[in-house]
Design a protein around this ligand. Structure first.
Ligand SMILES: [Zn+2]
Length: 284
């Protein structure tokens, strides 16, 4: 080949490669580089055709089934570091159609404030006769929080506020009851009067609609792909286990049942068994 021909061949090849690149568009991948303990983050893969997406996070593997959202095939997963995880680097492995990529996420540690509360002494040091029930409640909650249904019913945006009132207690507050330190408040408290409507934050299926010692009348909803929400201290429960719920549906009424200082909604969110702070999701 003459020099001119070689140059033409190279230029032509580069142009052709460019065209091929355009016709087989790569999926859009969103993985955050900075995260905080207790704050949920999303891993998102978008493509024009259905894709297989597997995430390995903190030594566990999660399958993200794509759903059609506005004409695109969207796989999205919610992940988090447990509250109080020290600052550091965390690896996230993403396998798309068999091709593995590794991401390093840098976490910072949030500071959580201390809150002093006064409640009935039976809720600080429960009577011996209640211990069997408290342990049963705990086992029930463990099973609820580790539920991982394959079909995602939630979307990254569009979470509904569960109660209209203001936030009275932030996520992660260090709780001291009648002078005795107890578990951190891995929940949000909303101001509410007895009888105020309580709404499901996203579509889902009722996992639990009954009474527990500390949380009183309580509802847990499975939103699919490891996301579970909880609504506690209700005066009335309007749903039963197995009911399919729409986003924003009234599932019960606010109350003051269980360990409370007064009527309010105690709202929790778990992602694959880890309690997460839903504040920024509800503020979207
Ligand atoms: Zn609470």
């Amino acid at each position: 080949m003459k020099k001119k021909q070689i140059v033409f061949f190279i230029v032509y090849s580069i142009l052709l490669l460019g065209l091929v690149e355009q016709s087989i568009a790569a999926p859009t991948i969103v993985v955050p580089s900075k995260i905080e303990d207790g704050v949920p983050f999303f891993v998102k893969v978008e493509d024009t055709t259905p894709i297989s997406v597997i995430v390995v996070w903190r030594d566990k593997q999660y399958v993200m089934t794509p759903l059609n959202e506005n004409g695109k095939q969207v796989s999205v997963g919610m992940f988090a570091l447990p509250v109080d995880t020290p600052a550091g680097k965390h690896l996230l492995r993403l396998t798309i159609n068999g091709q593995e990529r590794t991401y390093t996420l840098q976490s910072t540690k949030r500071t959580y404030r201390t809150q002093n509360l006064n409640v009935q002494q039976t809720y600080v040091v429960p009577p011996q006769k209640e211990m069997a029930r408290i342990n049963k409640d705990l086992a029930e909650r463990k099973a609820i929080f580790s539920t991982n249904s394959a079909t995602r019913m939630w979307t990254e945006k569009g979470w509904v506020r569960p109660a209209e009132g203001i936030l009275t207690s932030p996520f992660g507050a260090r709780r001291v009851y009648n002078g005795q330190p107890r578990n951190p408040h891995n929940a949000l408290d909303f101001k509410a009067a007895v009888g105020d409507p309580i709404r499901a934050v996203a579509p889902g299926k009722v996992l639990f609609a009954s009474n527990q010692y500390f949380t009183g009348n309580t509802i847990y909803i499975d939103h699919g792909q490891g996301v579970i929400t909880g609504y506690a201290h209700l005066s009335k429960i309007n749903v039963k286990r197995g009911d399919v719920i729409k986003a924003g549906q009234i599932i019960g009424l606010a109350g003051a049942t269980g360990r409370v200082t007064g009527p309010h909604l105690h709202f929790t969110m778990h992602s694959y068994g880890t309690a997460v702070d839903p504040t920024h999701l509800l503020e979207q």
